[in-house]
Design a protein around this ligand. Structure first.
Ligand code: ZN
Length: 480
């Protein structure tokens, strides 16, 4: 197998000092431009799936909301009218007439925030929060139900875009994506992945891994994944400390293998993403064109320079919550002292500096990641946004831009998803409060008063009775 390419552990990085202090910034969101300039490989444009099940005559009027449109413009007060997509935003020309129309469903916002549904760039719908090593013995039928449950959980949490980062069995992501699109089960817009591809001896969790060694086997595995209907390909390139045998700083792929994977996947119009904690794995991703780089914890100067000069072609999704939660997993039998000893504290500190520097240099960093493990349970997805603000130097609005317009860009549907603008799909949430003042409220499902996907009401009402106008009926049914 490929040698473990160990980095000299204390290799200094040129940004360490600069990034150790967060410079205060309160201007307009900088990543609007970073995301705009991103030009993902046109030949890998994902299929444009549509979700069925929205009634052709569905008309929804949401009045008096603070519109946080994800363009970078500050929130402003206004109304929206929805007919599958947003047909009017800000000012609704025939508002009085529509208010009187009994066939128009009306909601009164009273200044609540209307914003795009959120997106997750590193989703594992088929991780179920339990012991992942047991997945091998879990029946495919049971596993499919668990996967459907996670998909609904994402939507219940206001997430309308999930970019699959690997599935535990070959077709779990694929069938759930298709069932959501057919209108059969509730869930976000999904792009599906297959099992992660690792070399023999480079796997993280054997029961959820597809093994391939050398360029030829890897090409063959990718072709098989394409045949079963995945939208993107996952490479597991580096180690992970919790395995106790594969260090995060070790890279198991060779240049030849990485290049072959990119060539084969792109030839079939599929983007790739990679578990890439090690320095060498990040360098290989950029050199050979792996589109989405996960973690990137141990990026060094060479990797940063390469990434900076290729920043229009790559997205980094750190899945930073995994590192934070793993250092706080005593209750799950993984003591903090052990996690620190394994290297998670060091990795977190190192990763934070690198990610701050990426944000400073205009590299697109997106939230989402690795929810579905025992201590990163489904339903806690929006923790990422707070981490971005508190740790990585994003403003609250930049966190929201990344999670909305940023993930829409990764779907390559930035002209119809992720913003509150006329013509865009009505995938949106109405939040009781101001997320720009407190991103933490996005973790509180009871404050997501309305959730719409594809112009269809998934949820309206919290069951709370706050004042007369918030007295929505509680309705979580899919078809209305
Ligand atoms: Zn992952």
């Amino acid at each position: 197998m490929a040698p473990a390419l160990a980095l000299s552990e204390e290799a200094p990085v040129s940004w360490a000092h600069r990034a150790s202090k967060l410079e205060p910034y309160s201007g307009p969101p900088r990543n609007v431009q970073y995301i705009e300039e991103l030009k993902l490989d046109e030949s890998c444009r994902p299929k444009k799936y549509e979700i069925r099940g929205t009634h052709a005559n569905s008309r929804i009027l949401i009045l008096d909301v603070s519109i946080l449109d994800s363009t970078g413009r500050p929130p402003y007060r206004g109304d929206v009218f929805i007919e599958g997509r947003f047909s009017a935003v800000g000012t609704v020309p025939n508002k009085e007439e529509l208010e009187r129309d009994p066939n128009v469903r009306k909601f009164y916002g009273n200044g609540r925030t209307l914003m795009s549904g959120l997106g997750d760039a590193h989703t594992h719908l088929s991780w179920d929060g339990g012991d992942l090593s047991q997945f091998g013995s879990l029946g495919v039928e049971e596993h499919t139900l668990l996967t459907a449950k996670s998909a609904q959980c994402y939507l219940d949490c206001g997430y309308t875009m999930c970019w699959g980062a690997a599935a535990a069995k070959d077709r779990l992501d694929v069938v759930i994506r298709d069932a959501i699109n057919a209108g059969n089960i509730p869930g976000p817009r999904c792009l599906a992945n297959g099992k992660e591809i690792a070399r023999t001896g480079g796997d993280l969790i054997p029961s959820i891994t597809t093994y391939a060694d050398g360029p030829d086997e890897m090409r063959e595995t990718i072709r098989r994944h394409v045949d079963i209907g995945v939208d993107q390909i996952k490479l597991s390139m580096s180690g992970e400390e919790i395995t106790e045998t594969r260090a995060a700083q070790d890279c198991y792929f060779t240049d030849e293998e990485t290049a072959a994977c990119v060539d084969e996947a792109h030839r079939h119009g599929r983007m790739l993403c990679a578990h890439a904690r090690a320095r060498d794995s990040v360098v290989m991703c950029v050199k050979h064109g792996v589109d989405v780089i996960y973690h990137a914890s141990y990026i060094d100067d060479e990797g940063m320079d390469l990434l900076e000069s290729n920043k229009t072609k790559h997205v980094v999704a750190p899945a930073i919550n995994w590192l934070i939660a793993t250092l706080d997993a005593d209750a799950f039998g993984y003591p903090k002292a052990k996690a620190e000893q394994a290297g998670y504290k060091k990795e977190l500190d190192t990763a934070i500096l690198g990610l701050r520097e990426m944000h400073r240099q205009g590299i697109v960093v997106l939230p989402g990641g690795d929810y579905g493990f025992a201590w990163t349970p489904h339903g806690t997805y929006a923790r990422d946004l707070v981490h971005f603000e508190k740790l990585l130097g994003f403003t609250a609005y930049e966190s929201i831009i990344a999670a909305t317009a940023g993930v829409a860009k990764l779907f390559m549907r930035e002209n119809e998803l992720g913003k509150i603008l006329p013509g865009f799909y009505a995938d949106c949430i109405v939040v009781d409060g101001d997320p720009l003042a407190d991103l933490g409220i996005l973790q509180d499902r009871s404050r997501l008063d309305i959730i719409l996907i594809n112009g269809r009401v998934h949820k309206a009402g919290t069951g709370r009775k706050k004042d007369n106008s918030s007295d929505y009926e509680l309705n979580t049914s899919l078809f209305l």
